[in-house]
Design a protein around this ligand. Sequence first.
Ligand code: FES
Length: 87
Amino acid sequence: MIVCHCQSISDRDIRAAVDWMRAADAETIITPGKIYHALGKRADCGGCMPLFLDTMRGCDSFHVPGEIARDRPPVLRSRALRSVGPK
Ligand code: FES
């Protein structure tokens, strides 16, 4: 099924990209932008985002496995905090 009509990206393309990214890095946060980049494409109208996200989230390998995801939520820091942190 085509998910993104602007770029002709199918649900199979998205699942394959998610599986590939998870295999390459077990702790990576997978985003739509990373999937577009992995497929060598860029989003255009954005109309596919709800279905695109649902397809990503439905992949078995989408979530970060293991202790990190279950016990510790990801720490998000602003750029200002990162720039003054320990070096
Ligand atoms: S349908 Fe995906 S960017 Fe337009």
